[in-house]
Ligand binder design. Structure first.
Ligand SMILES: *Cc1c(COP(=O)(O)O)cnc(C)c1O
Length: 378
């Protein structure tokens, strides 16, 4: 159904039409063209990374990143459990084995303590993890200082799944630039969209060059097609990049807008018992791609699913938080380090409409629906 207030609706009110037309006029719609370079340069500048490689999805960026970190058949990779399946699936594409780690309560991302437990336990079993995948969920920066410390202490490369965190910062440094490799997604409802798209960033020039090469079918620079390696068709196309460039021109303003939306929800829900927001660490600046809340049914009298249905009936889209990967049937039996934090977040959480064009009045309507329901319990 078409929602009157969707979760995250893309906005194209900048140079999108102009750039798309220019891309069409240039005749370059495939994986060659000026917008790809412009998009990569702008993304690297905005995120203060050395360079970016534009790809056709965040998932392909994760796949290439793991390949470049040397993950192969039988290797173990530690991954945050509380995330979208695309964070871990590429481990399996490469024949590797995921190891899941629970979240902490202060950012909802990977717990550094449990990460260290997992690393030590795997090393004791004779299987040193090949990589660690940390996720900045809903745009919220993870506890990067502690996680980086562990990655360095045990010399395990860190891969940052910043798919949802384009424009988020932690201690004035952009999410995606802490790890050996970082990735972004520009899928349809992310903060920046190219229809479908992604990018890989790194400060290691050899990693970037290899990513470019492997994403373009591992084609040698020769007048004929010669291949020394198996490559992939993972490059972003020029048409998508033309949309992406126009979207990136809006990024800073959109981060401010989504932060404002989050702030307004916090003000509107201030006196509501039993409703809590995803916490933000001091020094962190989430892009608040999605505003997310937890509902304590004992205090509210309604569950997250009940609220979801109430909102749905009014044409307002809301959504469960990601179901943790250690609870996914497809990952049944995968080792998991932790307790019930991610599970609790899943059972109580809800993502609220967070589109940049959401007005204060729209948000008031949502608050009124909740307030009315809250007034039923005395
Ligand atoms: C969206 C997303 C991805 C995958 O990106 P696609 O561009 O859809 O392939 C990976 N990880 C997380 C956390 C995401 O939200």
């Amino acid at each position: 159904m078409a929602y009157t207030l969707p979760l995250s609706f893309p906005v194209f009110d900048g140079n999108e039409s102009l750039y798309i037309q220019q891309a069409i006029n240039s005749g370059h719609l495939a994986t060659y063209g000026e917008f790809i370079n412009k998009f990569e340069n702008k993304l690297a500048r905005l995120t203060k990374s050395h360079q970016a490689v534009a790809l056709n999805s965040g998932t392909s960026a994760l796949h290439l990143a793991l390949l470049l970190l040397g993950v192969g058949p039988g290797d173990e990779v530690i991954c945050q459990s509380f995330t979208f399946c695309a964070s871990a699936n590429p481990i399996v594409y490469l024949g590797g084995n995921p190891i899941f780690v629970d979240s902490e309560e202060e950012t909802w991302n990977m717990s550094p303590e449990l990460l260290e437990d997992a690393v030590l336990s795997r090393i004791a079993l004779g299987k040193k993890p090949k990589a660690i995948i940390v996720v900045h969920l809903f745009g919220m920066p993870a506890k990067m200082r502690e996680i980086l410390e562990i990655a360095e202490k045990y010399s395990i490369p860190l891969l940052e799944d910043a798919a949802e965190a384009v424009g988020s910062t932690y201690r004035d440094t952009n999410c995606g630039t802490f790890g050996k490799i970082g990735i972004f997604s520009f899928n349809g409802n992310k903060i920046i969209t190219t229809g479908g798209g992604g990018a890989l960033i790194s400060n290691d020039v050899s990693v970037l060059e290899k990513a470019k090469y492997l994403s373009s079918q591992a084609r040698e620079e020769l007048p004929y097609y010669q291949h020394l390696e198996i490559g992939y068709n993972y490059r972003m196309n020029n048409l998508a990049a033309s949309i992406g460039l126009a979207q990136l021109e809006k990024l800073n303003g959109w981060v401010s807008k989504r932060r404002l939306i989050n702030e307004r929800y916090r003000i509107l829900f201030e006196d509501f018992p039993g409703i809590k927001f995803q916490p933000e660490l001091e020094g962190s600046n989430s892009n608040y791609w999605l505003t997310t809340i937890l509902i304590e049914e004992k205090e509210t009298g309604f569950s997250n699913d009940k609220l979801r249905i109430m909102l749905f009936k009014k044409g307002i889209e809301s959504r469960f938080l990601w179901k943790p990967l250690h609870l996914q049937p497809v990952y049944h039996g995968v080792p998991f380090y932790g307790g019930k934090i991610a599970e609790k977040l899943f059972l109580k959480g809800l993502c609220l409409p967070s589109s940049v064009n959401l007005t204060f009045d729209d948000q008031r309507i949502i608050a009124e629906i909740i307030e009315k329901e809250l007034s039923k319990i005395s």
